[in-house]
Design a protein around this ligand. Structure first.
Ligand code: LIP
Length: 267
C-alpha cells in the first residue's frame, strides 16, 4: 500500500466527489424518496448512490481492501485492510434540508485506524487525518480545545435512534449538565460532531448504538488532534463496539463518571 499521506489526499477527492453529489441532489430531493430502515432511521436513493460511487472509487485506490458500509453494498471477507464508509452521515438532517451532513470514510486494519476523511459539502469543510500524521481541516492542522473544567464545557449530547435503551442515559446527561456547563447542543451527525471536538469547537461528545461507519474516521481525527477516544467504560478498545466518548482529554474522566451513573440499558 502507498504512503498514507498520499493516499489520504486521494480519499479526500473521493469524499469531495460524493459530497458534491449529495449537495446537488439535495436541490431536487423529494420527501417521497425516503424509506425507513427501522424506527426513525431513514435512507433514500441518495445514500445508496453516494455509497455506490464511493465504493467503486475506493476499489480502484486499494483493490485488496474489504468494506464495511452503512448501506451494505459491499462486504468484508477478513482482508488485511478495510474501508469503513458512511455515504451520508446525518441523513435525518439531510432529508429535512438542514446542516450538518457529510461523507465519512476510514481505512483500518484488523486493530488499527490508518486514515480518516470526513467531508461536509454545505460548508466545504474537509477534515482528514492519518495515523501518526496529525489531523487537518482544509489543510490546516487541528487541535482539540484546552477547556479543563466541566463548567466551561461546550458539550454535545446526542440522542441515538435506540430510544428505548438510551433514554435514561441521555436524559441523565442532560439533567446533570444543564445549567452546569457552558452549553449543550445536538448535532445529528456523529462524524461531524466528533470532527468539531477535534477542531476545538466542542469540548466533549458521546453516543451509543451507532455504527462503525459513524465513528471510525472521526475517532482517528480526535486522537490525531490530541483528544481522547474510549468506549463508555473508558477502554481504548472501542473499534468493534457501538458506544463512544470523544473529548479534548481534559474532560474525559468527568464525562465517564457522569455516564457511569446511568449506563444504557443492556450494556
Ligand atoms: C446517524 C448519526 C446520528 C446518530 C444516529 C445515526 P446516519 O447516522 O450520525 O448522529 O444520532 O444514531 O447513527 O443514519 O445519519 O448515517
Amino acid at each position: 500500500m502507498e504512503n498514507l499521506e498520499v493516499l489520504v489526499q486521494k480519499v479526500c477527492e473521493v469524499a469531495r466527489g460524493a459530497g458534491h453529489f449529495l449537495k446537488e441532489e439535495r436541490k431536487r430531493f423529494r420527501q417521497d424518496a425516503v424509506r425507513e430502515k427501522r424506527v426513525h432511521d431513514y435512507v433514500s436513493y441518495v445514500d445508496k448512490e453516494s455509497e455506490r460511487r464511493i465504493v467503486s472509487a475506493l476499489r480502484m485506490l486499494l483493490p485488496e481492501a474489504g468494506f464495511v458500509t452503512e448501506e451494505g453494498s459491499a462486504d468484508y471477507r477478513d482482508e488485511t485492510y478495510c474501508w469503513v464508509v458512511d455515504p451520508l452521515d446525518g441523513t435525518t438532517n439531510y432529508i429535512h434540508d438542514v446542516s450538518p451532513y457529510c461523507v465519512s470514510i476510514a481505512l483500518r486494519t484488523r486493530d488499527m485506524l490508518l486514515l480518516g476523511v470526513i467531508y461536509d459539502p454545505s460548508l466545504d469543510e474537509c477534515f482528514y487525518a492519518w495515523q501518526g500524521g496529525g489531523a487537518y481541516l482544509n489543510g490546516v492542522p487541528m487541535h482539540v480545545s484546552a477547556t479543563n473544567c466541566l463548567e466551561n464545557a461546550f458539550a454535545i449530547v446526542e440522542l441515538p435512534y435506540e430510544s428505548g435503551r438510551y433514554a435514561r442515559t441521555g436524559l441523565h446527561l442532560i439533567s446533570r449538565m444543564y445549567g452546569q456547563v457552558a452549553g449543550i447542543r445536538m448535532n445529528g451527525s456523529a462524524a461531524l460532531a466528533m470532527c468539531y471536538v477535534a477542531a476545538g469547537r466542542y469540548d466533549t461528545w458521546q453516543e451509543a448504538f451507532i455504527g462503525k461507519w459513524d465513528f471510525s474516521a472521526a475517532a482517528l481525527m480526535v486522537m490525531e488532534a490530541g483528544g481522547r477516544v474510549t468506549d463508555y467504560y473508558g477502554s481504548p478498545c472501542f473499534l468493534e463496539g457501538h458506544h463512544i466518548v470523544a473529548t479534548n482529554g481534559w474532560l474525559h474522566d468527568e464525562v465517564l463518571r457522569l455516564l457511569s451513573e446511568a449506563l444504557p440499558e443492556g450494556m
